[in-house]
Write a protein that binds this ligand. Structure first.
Ligand code: ARG
Length: 564
């Protein structure tokens, strides 16, 4: 039983059944001001029922509450304020953390149910965009959070490796391409070709026709077209893999759009069989007006299949292959309508599991307040950004800690961690501005700040020659100075649960900042290493803080250097 329900049940006893346990639990508040206790029960609704003044009810209740969990219960105006027994709570929390270590906060909500996560999914022959980075790091963190909660995450990289753009690209390569240049710097070269194609096509109508022809050859399995496509794909993947390696992220599947080429017919046939296809402007669509959505385009007049048809096919395939309990799509919010339509069509097809599909949207990445676009070549290459961040982190570290061994590894952990943390700390729906300098600060709400705090705490442990021992937790004496940290440590499992329920890693990022702040305040006020009777107990708490900070960072996909 948690504190809230224990408090509620002691109130329940005191009011003999005028409210029910869950009604009471809903009313209980967590006061912001520590002078008002850890939990507060407002007596106003009871007062209304009883036609009595709230403060009288509060006084009556106060004298009838008995519970060893609380060291003090007070009536204050219309509230009953309860103060937790700090020592009891602190000892219990610290023992649990020291015992469980990184498994603290692990829970079995998922019962090993599979959750597929469609994430990253960059487009071949195009730069890996900031949007794809967001999808990658949000998806990865969700996978870690879900796993912590007892689910089995499957990370799927649904590569954008098919579509008419490959016809254009092949046409462009045949006209202007150079094998050696493409091999040296594939994405930059292919992007150049792609941009040139679009520029020239504005004045030369023949080009689009050429592109269409090449795509047709590709779809028909023409060997030359297929070989070029494969080459573009491998070369692009090589580059993407360098980014994934820097980010320390792996996938369970790379089945992208092309993978579904042969399976698309079955989907169209199934839609036909269920009588869901109607003709509109010579194209085949599924009407979704009953769901208040525009019709979903399934097949164009020229017979070409579409993005939605592929996603329908992929969804059905994933259900068969993985039998997921939930299927997530971490994709920018500009594709919301697309996913509503796909889910809408699957529901009409009678697939009850369509309700377990969730689009997890996120906002755009802005540079100086503006959207970044590929077409115009106004693009920031992500690998360059990561490298720059690592380089800047290296400079920072060299100034702060010139004697640090293996600065390269630490700079990588900090530089990459800064970018990931910056992405995950805000509500994912917010657009996000991108400034490396801000992300890399060692103060404020940054990844390096949390990493630095953890490294500092670990250095305290080294200096104090601390070795973990649960018995120190059992004799912990908690003062107000430690209490803020203890309550935060205690909250960690709830934070993880909230992050899982809301599919929201920012819950954990923000929590990590609070815990880091709280620890730094403590570090500033208390001589942790003072040789007195309580040093072992204080170090035990510091140890618990490092365990929880490191686990928080891990759940975000960020490394925690021991020193920095
Ligand atoms: N490749 C797409 C893009 O870059 C994202 C794919 C998202 N996933 C999906 N199942 N549609 O816009």
């Amino acid at each position: 039983m948690n504190d809230q329900s224990e408090f509620a049940s002691s109130i329940l006893h005191a009011i003999d059944g005028k409210l029910e346990q869950n009604q009471i639990e809903k009313l209980i508040e967590k006061p912001k001001n520590p002078d008002h206790g850890d939990l507060a029960f407002p007596c106003f609704s009871l007062a209304k029922m009883e036609r009595k003044a709230p403060h009288l009810i509060a006084q009556e209740l106060r004298s009838n509450i008995t519970s060893s969990l609380f060291e003090k219960v007070e009536a204050a105006g219309g509230y009953v304020n309860a103060f937790l027994n700090k020592n009891t709570v602190a000892r219990q929390v610290l023992s649990e953390i020291i015992q469980k270590k990184s498994a603290y906060g692990t829970q079995n909500i998922g019962n090993q149910g599979v959750v597929t996560i469609d994430m990253s999914s960059p487009n071949i022959a195009k730069p890996f965009s900031m949007g794809h980075l967001r999808s990658t790091v949000i998806g990865n963190s969700l996978a870690l959070i879900l796993e912590k909660c007892g689910f089995q995450p499957i990370k799927i990289n649904y590569l954008g490796d098919w579509g008419t753009q490959f016809g254009k690209l092949i046409a462009a390569y045949k006209m202007w391409g150079n094998e050696q240049q493409v091999n040296e710097d594939p994405i930059k070269e292919l992007l150049k070709l792609y941009i040139k194609f679009h520029e020239e096509a504005e004045t030369n109508a023949e080009l689009d026709e050429k592109g269409r022809k090449w795509f047709k050859r590709l779809e028909d399995g023409d060997e030359e077209a297929l070989n070029l496509w494969k080459w573009f794909k491998e070369a692009s993947l090589n580059e993407f893999n360098r980014i994934y390696k820097l980010l320390n992220i792996e996938f369970d599947s790379y089945n992208g759009e092309a993978y579904y080429n042969e399976k698309m017919d079955d989907t169209v046939k199934l839609l036909q069989k269920k009588g869901l296809l109607t003709e509109s402007d010579q194209a085949l669509v599924v009407e979704l007006s009953d769901a208040d959505l525009p019709p979903c385009l399934i097949k164009k007049s020229d017979g070409a299949t579409l993005y939605a048809t592929r996603d329908l096919t992929a969804a059905i395939d994933r259900k068969q292959r993985y039998d997921f309990v939930q299927s997530l799509y971490v994709v920018g919010h500009e594709q919301s309508l697309h996913f509503q339509q796909v889910i809408g069509v699957l529901k009409k097809m009678g697939f009850s599991w369509a309700t377990s599909m969730t689009h997890v949207p996120f906002g755009m990445v802005l540079k100086d307040g503006k959207k970044m676009s590929t077409r115009k070549g106004k693009v920031v290459l992500l690998e360059d950004v990561l490298k720059e961040s690592i380089e800047m982190a290296y400079q920072n570290i060299s100034v702060k800690n010139p004697d640090l061994p293996d600065k390269e590894t630490v700079a990588k952990q900090v530089g990459v961690g800064a970018i990931i943390f910056h992405d995950l700390k805000n509500d994912r729906m917010n657009d996000m501005d991108f400034s490396l300098k801000d992300m890399l600060r060692f103060e404020g709400e940054t990844g390096p700040y949390v990493q630095y705090t953890n490294a500092r705490a670990r250095s305290v442990l080294r200096k104090g020659r601390y070795t973990p021992d649960e018995t120190f937790a059992e004799s912990f004496a908690c003062t107000n100075k430690e209490w803020e940290i203890i309550t935060l440590l205690k909250e960690f499992p709830d934070v993880i649960r909230r992050a899982q329920e809301q599919l929201d890693p920012s819950q954990i990022a923000r929590y990590a900042i609070s815990l880091a702040r709280s620890f730094n305040k403590y570090y500033g006020h208390v001589k942790i290493l003072k040789q007195d009777d309580c040093i072992k107990q204080r170090l035990t708490m510091v140890h618990a803080v490092t365990i929880v900070l490191q686990e928080s960072l891990r759940l975000l996909g960020i490394d925690a250097p021991e020193e920095m």
